[in-house]
Design a protein around this ligand. Structure first.
Ligand SMILES: [Zn+2]
Length: 245
């Protein structure tokens, strides 16, 4: 009888632990998914902020009132987006909470693009101002789409340009702070490749792979990490951090 009670208690305890483990795993997956989408949102907003700041430099040279109204709408959209972002928790479980902000980001990106086109055609009427358009292109095009090693989408605040030596060849690359810290401490690092026609291909050479959209869904593409020995030739902080050559 005692044996039966002990056995029953063990089964109940085991079942309880399994259910709890299952719940925790489920929660961890949801938290992970939320965080990935949240960071993705921030990456898009960061780029929109850079573009808006850059458009601000063109404002004094725009003469069409309607075009300036468009710019003001962009600012208003950005303001609403930032207040929506303020209401979102940095960490969470329910990706639907991000649902309000995501379409706003898309609307803002479209509006900025449309406004830039109007600015451009207005400025193009006076060719001596064309250098402003060139500056806009330089300032708003990220120098890399993602970290050379892991492909994390480029964000100015977290990336550094650095020189590494791989197989005796020096290469200038942009790396995220996580990979660069790893490279510094271990002198070797995992680099993201994808298998294409049976051969590993560095992520930057794979057609259709856009880190800002797909980095957080890597598992869908069968990543194949290759560990590379690499020597870091430049200390962080001494390199060019502005993203310009
Ligand atoms: Zn990285």
């Amino acid at each position: 009888m005692t044996f039966l009670i002990v056995a029953l208690a063990c089964v109940t305890l085991g079942l309880g632990l399994w259910v709890r483990g299952h719940n925790l795993q489920h929660h961890a997956q949801k938290a992970n998914s939320y965080r990935r989408r949240y960071i993705q949102l921030i990456a898009h907003i960061e780029l929109a902020v850079i573009k808006l700041n850059s458009l601000a430099n063109l404002v004094p040279h725009v003469t069409h009132a309607k075009t300036l109204d468009d710019y003001e709408s962009c600012l208003r959209l950005m303001e609403s987006l930032l207040s929506a972002l303020n209401r979102l928790p940095n960490f969470g479980f329910d990706v639907q909470h991000l649902g309000e902000a995501s379409p706003m980001v898309q609307r803002l990106e479209d509006k900025i693009e449309e406004t830039y086109k109007r600015f451009k055609s207005n400025i193009e009427e006076r060719p001596f101002l064309s250098h402003f358009l060139k500056n806009w292109q330089q300032e708003t095009t990220p120098p890399a789409t993602g970290c050379y090693f892991c492909s994390r989408p480029f964000m100015r605040a977290y990336f550094k340009k650095t020189t590494i030596k791989v197989d005796g060849i020096s290469v200038k690359v942009y790396g995220c702070h996580i990979c660069l810290a790893e490279l510094k401490s271990r002198r070797k690092i995992k680099v993201l490749y994808f298998i294409e026609n049976g051969q590993p291909v560095h992520w930057s050479l794979v057609d259709g792979y856009r880190p800002i959209e797909q980095y957080w869904d890597l598992n869908r593409r069968r990543p194949s990490y290759q560990t590379q020995e690499a020597e870091w030739l430049q200390e962080p902080g001494r390199g060019d951090e502005t993203g310009k050559d």
